[in-house]
Design a protein around this ligand. Structure first.
Ligand code: FAD
Length: 505
């Protein structure tokens, strides 16, 4: 009897699993046209790679991973989905360096964009003042190809192992943004496979609605398969300065002065301005500074609890005078530190951190990051409430906290990317790395920071946004929401693209 009961339970369980599977997956890959079938991969290893991202917080298992060998394959896949009574969702995955499941789909298909690179297709072609790049390409390869001709893209991210399509779906920001705008402001033209599977070339002059939609569009309107990106002459070397401040208003006034060009002539104007915090919390990363200076920097941090650093870069071929670069700036006297490095070494600086962190087993662990754009008029309140309030008081280690101003006039408001309603706003990136045991503490702290901003009306916008409700998305997009929704209906009417963003699903 017990054997009979056991087998009956087993059969019921199998039926249940089958029912659940067929309910959540109303199509079978066997329905797919033959040519697509062989590109739909379902082995557990491939599925598990597509089920996680750099954040290691969200996990969603796709039904299959698609390995396209051409742009037409992507178009066919999207058209096939749209042809079904219930279309399946499709998420382009560049490098999966999102932190909140943005390149995942539960039960749909993940398009592994890197596969486009596998056929020796020469997907980076450098011209005189622009480069044509496949959406799956990573920025380090774009840099190398451009440098071979003495050229370089003008606007960057801090880390270069990100895909062009992935960063253009957000904005692509770094210390050069104040001069050249974000990476999305440096695109002349795109090829996009829309949510209906049509391959469309677009620019500000041609199919401009799609062009503006896709740039900063969080993958909602189409898959970028080619981008034409502006280039300029590449400099040889970089003067890399760190200036230390014990006072937030002096720090932010100097940062704003540096990005204003006010009274600074071009030969002394910085090419890159960022900033970061040094908090009296372990671990205190002083690796940039000479060993002999570390004790006095540590005492400064201990004395003030929080030190602000301006990171100022001047590209050069002929060594510039430091005195003129920092003229009139109010950093703590003598707390100025410099390095001279090659241009590529500077741009690729985060990669050496990656190598070290990987060796220490600290790369593939949770990253509860929070990225915000804070209007200039409220940055001092943000400093008091968040840096000195929540972060310093709770003492759960801040990780890397980046703070620098940039200017709205370098962004094109027709594009989907969202910025606050002031000419100057600050990028604030809280880049935390933690073990799984501490993850919840950071998530709670992030919620407290967001709640603080809401309570005192900071007017902040999230970058790489992570919204939970429809109302939060509407608030995030503000006056752009209506257009965003309209463009979705136009270019992806069945709402199949990038469901991991959680905007329309
Ligand atoms: P994925 O995570 O693969 O995808 C991101 C989103 O874009 C998903 O919704 C996906 O479906 C969609 N997508 C991917 N490819 C395409 C495509 N071809 N067409 C349309 N949609 C697509 N950002 C900055 O701006 N500045 C920085 O300095 C910066 N530094 C970073 C440093 C590190 C270590 C990391 C991990 C991230 C950093 N980021 C930075 C964030 C990064 O730009 C975004 O997470 C970006 O989306 C990552 O690119 P990806 O190729 O990994 O995108």
């Amino acid at each position: 009897t017990s054997y009979f009961l056991l087998s009956k339970t087993f059969i019921i369980l199998l039926c249940l699993i089958h029912t659940i599977e067929s309910q959540s997956q109303p199509w079978s890959p066997l329905d797919a046209p033959k040519e697509l079938l062989q590109m739909l991969i379902r082995d557990p290893f491939t599925l598990s790679l597509a089920s996680t991202d750099f954040g290691h917080i969200i996990h969603q298992t796709p039904f299959a991973v698609f390995a396209p060998s051409s742009i037409q394959d992507i178009s066919k896949l999207i058209k096939f989905s749209n042809s079904l009574p219930i279309p399946f969702t499709i998420a382009a995955r560049g490098r999966g360096h999102s932190v909140n499941g943005q390149s995942m789909t539960n039960d749909g298909v993940v398009v592994n964009m890197t596969e486009l690179n596998n056929n020796n297709n020469n997907r980076i072609v450098v011209f005189d003042d622009y480069v044509d790049v496949g959406g799956e390409q990573i920025w380090i390869d774009v840099l190398h190809a451009s440098l071979e001709k003495g050229l370089t893209p003008l606007s960057w991210t801090d880390y270069l192992y990100l895909s062009v399509g992935g960063t253009l779906s957000n904005a692509g920001i770094s210390g050069q943004t104040f001069r050249f705008g974000p990476q999305i402001s440096n695109v002349h033209e795109l090829d996009v496979v829309t949510g209906e599977g049509d391959l469309v070339t677009c620019s500000t002059k041609k199919n401009s609605e799609l062009f503006y939609a896709v740039l900063g569009g969080l993958g909602q309107f189409g898959i970028i398969t080619r981008a034409r990106i502006a280039l300029g002459p590449a400099p040889q070397k970089v003067k890399w300065l760190h200036l230390l401040y014990n006072n937030f208003s002096a720090f932010s006034e100097d940062q704003e002065h540096l990005i204003s060009f006010n009274g600074i002539n071009e030969s002394n104007a910085p090419n890159y301005v960022e900033g970061m915090l040094l908090l009296n919390q372990p671990p205190l990363d002083l690796s940039f500074y000479p060993e002999t200076d570390r004790p006095r920097i540590t005492s400064l941090v201990t004395q003030y609890d929080i030190i602000y650093i301006i990171e100022l870069i001047k590209y050069y071929d002929i060594n510039p005078e430091i005195e003129t670069l920092v003229e009139g700036l109010n950093f703590v006297p003598t707390y100025i530190f410099e390095k001279d490095v090659l241009y590529e070494e500077f741009l690729n600086r985060v990669h050496s951190d990656e190598v070290t962190l990987r060796q220490q087993g600290l790369w593939d662990i949770p990253h509860p990051w929070l990225n915000m754009f804070v209007p200039k008029s409220r940055i001092a309140d943000f400093d008091e409430g968040v840096f000195k309030g929540i972060i310093l008081k709770q003492n759960i280690t801040a990780g890397l906290a980046i703070v620098y101003p940039t200017n709205k006039s370098k962004w094109d408001d027709n594009m989907s990317a969202v910025t606050p309603n002031e000419e100057i706003f600050y990028v604030v990136s809280l880049l935390r790395t933690t073990g799984f045991d501490k993850l919840e503490e950071f998530q709670i702290q992030n919620q407290q920071i967001l709640q603080f901003c809401k309570d005192v009306g900071i007017g902040m916008k999230q970058y790489l946004p992570q919204m939970k409700t429809h109302e939060e998305w509407v608030e995030q997009f503000g006056h752009k929401w209506e257009v965003f929704e309209k463009r979705k209906a136009q270019f992806d009417p069945n709402k199949i693209l990038s469901p991991g963003q959680g905007i329309f699903n």
